[in-house]
Design a protein around this ligand. Sequence first.
Ligand SMILES: [Zn+2]
Length: 302
Amino acid sequence: MKNNKLRKSLLTPPATLALFLIAWTATPLLAQDFDNIEITTIPVRDNIYMLQGSGGNIGVSIGDDGTLIVDDQFAPLTDKIEAAIAELTEMPVSFVVNSHFHYDHTDGNENFGRAGAYIVAQDNSRRRMESTQVLASGRVQERYDEVGLPKITFFDAMRFYFNGEPIDLVNTGNGHTDGDAQVYFREANVIHTGDMFVRYGLPFIDQANGGTMDGMIAALSNLAGLIDDNTLIIPGHGQVANRQDLLEFRDMLVVIRGELVRAKVQELSPEEMLATEPADGYAETNDNTNAWLLRAYDEYIR
Ligand SMILES: [Zn+2]
């Protein structure tokens, strides 16, 4: 077994695997599936919190200026999310930052937009949300009404001065999608990475919407340079992490990319590439892993 050292820390715990399956199942979720979902509030540091329910982790900044959240999960959960925030602060949600356009991070946009929040995103994410998209997973994401679209967008970076600290929104090029935003709360030293960094094993890369493995690796290296060993990381999915976790995640992608490039140099067919088990030590060999590898390999051989 290759890469045995990292196997333990990177294998998927059952709870987050369930979350992943909920998020990426091809079957549309019914509203009633959310009835039993509870929102859990995790203090991260200072005035920054993480909310977990179903879908991507929500980052929350509370303070005198108002409430800023990063991502808003699924629309049927908006009331529960607002109730969880009300336990922390009386201030309304003034800003919703979308880490990227995927539905499990933005489905609450129309609700929060209607309630008066300004939605903020990287410009490509707004463009994706303006029309119906098909994800690399095959999932169809419908366009959002105007009220759910970002009113404020940025290209490479932008900064908020909010709740007593600079909050940087950063895009380092195509990675998980073509419109990713990482949100760095500088004073608290907390960063929300969106799905550029997740803790469920092999990360979903949305090649159908500008995502690339090389881009994710480059973005992760950039992030590693931006933060320090005391930074607390809110990942797109999974528990709070640190810089070392992020580096191990990046290194997993670097190792697998090396295997894929080796296969390409050897001019292996996709089937022959799969037979070399490039993700061995990081993921079980199964249909999901193979589909992931085929999409990633296609980035290098097309
Ligand atoms: Zn995503």
